[in-house]
Ligand binder design. Structure first.
Ligand code: PEP
Ligand code: MG
Length: 539
């Protein structure tokens, strides 16, 4: 047995075999192959899948944006279906006996060089399309984590150098016993997703390639990893698992309890979700509603912009299943570590402070109004509110409100029903906290995003595990800001809740109640633990 120590992100004990994912999964290194025909077959089948996807995309673009916009996809179709490009790839595989990934990247480089040699602006711009589509073919040839997990028969412990949020959200939960990564920080969106998915998770682990296929025990409470555990460790963990189950039983008894302190104070305990599938847990644990629906994960799961109908369908189902309880849908907070491939923005050196959240939404108004229409339409089927991320100014809120008014006018004109949608502002930047009195006058409620508020206030990147010690969750600056936001919100009669991870930390629940925080929105697996603290609070 070998023992390793990582950093615990989400509790739970898992036992099973490891499946290892190296960092450079999308590599294009040249590998000699013994059976070139097999490589050609692999390449042809990847092209066929991409061509099918493109056909669907073309149809969708044609219906939604018309022929001229849909034609943008022509260059993509040309590359995967074009005989010259594909023949070059096939010839290279056969003649040089190399792997398909390398041949595609080589052929794409050659084609780009040819386009650039024309000295024509139009051709120059097209080289980024070539890079994009050849990257897609290579990704498909390599297969990403989610694809590989989907093909598994038995659940595994995923051990990866790094995992992006878009891979994590697509992973089939039923096939994953635990997630262990080398990189990542406790506040990264991948870590938050592991919590939402109720999967034991450990980060910062000294993982090695040779762990692949070996049995292990992962302790998500302590961050310990036991490779090929001995009998004694297995027995110890069987006991630990029984203890964990006993605690769970204690919590289960709280499922129907009201979130009221011993002193009679009501705290609204909401749930954070990222997916329709999380709603079951929200209902099972009887949360007061959904305080944060991180809607961007639907965009990350998709290979192209979700349509209004697709978004509406999910929002409607969430609203209906919540049966009148509030559902706060945060408009998509993309950018930074959450950027799907089909959204192109110029490369940024500092993406956390760049083009993300409401900035991206206001710049891509078509995408934004499509989402707003879907949200407003869903409001006819339940109690729906909307929440705007990364706000720094009153202007931004006013611009968003103008768009919502236009959306309502359009829906009215088209006789499409919608209900009253309360509008909330996320307070997750120091600027928003300082002007929270002004923002409170512009909206119906405030929701404090402590994850970003902490990163921006303390100048400590939440994604960078190397500066974890500066990301000090109980820094007095954060608590002063929270108090100030609560007071400002209440001064204008507005509800103030916390939806960042700090809201789920039971070490601070009493402090928040004392400050007058109206509600806490936490990932589903934390609901009962926080309720336990609320109902036992003397306040
Ligand atoms: C936050 O920043 O606290 C928050 C809830 O949003 P996210 O974690 O998705 O950035
Ligand atoms: Mg945030």
């Amino acid at each position: 047995m070998e023992t390793f120590q990582g950093f615990p992100v989400f509790g739970g004990i898992a036992e099973g075999n490891i499946l290892y994912f190296p960092k450079d999964r999308h590599n294009t290194v040249c590998i000699r192959v013994s059976n070139p025909e097999k490589e050609v077959e692999r390449y042809d089948s990847a092209c066929k899948r991409i061509a099918d996807r493109l056909e669907q995309l073309y149809e969708k673009a044609l219906n939604e944006f018309g022929e001229s916009k849909a034609k943008i996809l022509d260059i993509y179709r040309l590359i995967v279906m074009d005989s010259e490009f594909t023949e070059n790839v096939r010839t290279m595989i056969r003649e040089k006996r190399v792997n398909a990934e390398y041949a595609v990247s080589y052929a794409a480089d050659e084609l780009c060089d040819r386009f650039l040699s024309f000295g024509d602006e139009y051709m120059r711009v097209r080289t980024s399309d070539i890079r994009d589509i050849s990257g897609n073919i290579i990704d498909l040839l390599n297969g990403d984590t989610a694809d590989r997990v989907a093909a598994l028969k038995e659940p595994v412990i995923i051990v990866a150098d790094e995992l992006s949020p878009s891979e994590t959200i697509r992973i089939d939960k039923s096939k994953v016993l635990a997630i262990v990564t080398k990189q990542g920080s406790t506040l990264s969106h991948t870590a938050i997703l592991a919590k939402t998915m109720n999967i034991p998770a450990v980060i910062g682990a000294p993982i090695r390639k040779n762990w692949n296929g070996r049995p292990a025990i992962i302790d998500g409470y302590t961050g310990q990893i036991y490779l090929e555990p001995d009998d004694e460790t297995e027995k110890r963990y069987a006991d630990k698992r029984t203890q964990a189950e006993d605690i769970q039983k204690h919590y289960s008894a709280l499922k129907e309890k009201d979130d009221i302190t011993r002193g009679g104070r009501r705290v609204f305990l909401y749930a954070n979700i990222s997916d329709l599938s999380d709603v079951e847990g929200v209902l099972e644990n009887n949360a007061a509603g959904i305080g944060l629906f991180r809607s961007e994960f639907m965009y990350l799961k998709s290979s192209t912009y979700p349509t209004e109908e697709e978004l509406f369908e999910v929002y409607r189902q969430v609203a209906e299943r919540m049966k009148g309880k509030e559902v706060v849908i945060r408009t998509c907070d993309m950018g930074g570590d959450k950027l799907p491939k089909y959204i192109r923005i110029p490369k940024e050196n500092n993406p956390a402070m760049g083009f993300r959240g409401i900035r991206l939404a206001l710049d891509r108004q078509e995408m934004f109004t499509t989402q707003l229409r879907a949200i407003y339409r869903a409001s006819a089927y339940g109690n729906v509110s909307v929440l705007y991320p990364l706000i720094i100014s009153v202007d931004e809120v006013q611009s968003v409100k103008k768009l919502t008014e236009e959306v309502m006018e359009e829906l009215e004109r088209d006789k499409i029903p919608f209900g009253r949608v309360r509008q909330g502002v996320m307070i997750e930047t120091p600027a928003a906290a300082v002007i929270s009195d002004l923002l409170a006058q512009e909206c119906d409620f405030l929701s404090i995003g402590t994850n970003d508020l902490t990163q921006y206030t303390l100048a400590a990147d939440r994604e960078n595990e190397k500066i974890d010690k500066y990301y000090d969750i109980d820094h007095p600056a954060i608590f002063r800001l929270i108090r100030m936001i609560v007071d400002n919100g209440h001064r204008f009669g507005k509800r103030v809740t916390i939806c960042g991870e700090l809201g789920a930390d039971v070490n601070y629940t009493n402090q928040f109640i004392k400050m007058g925080v109206d509600g806490l929105s936490v990932s589903v697996p934390y609901i009962l633990q926080v309720r336990d603290t609320i109902v036992n609070s003397e306040l």
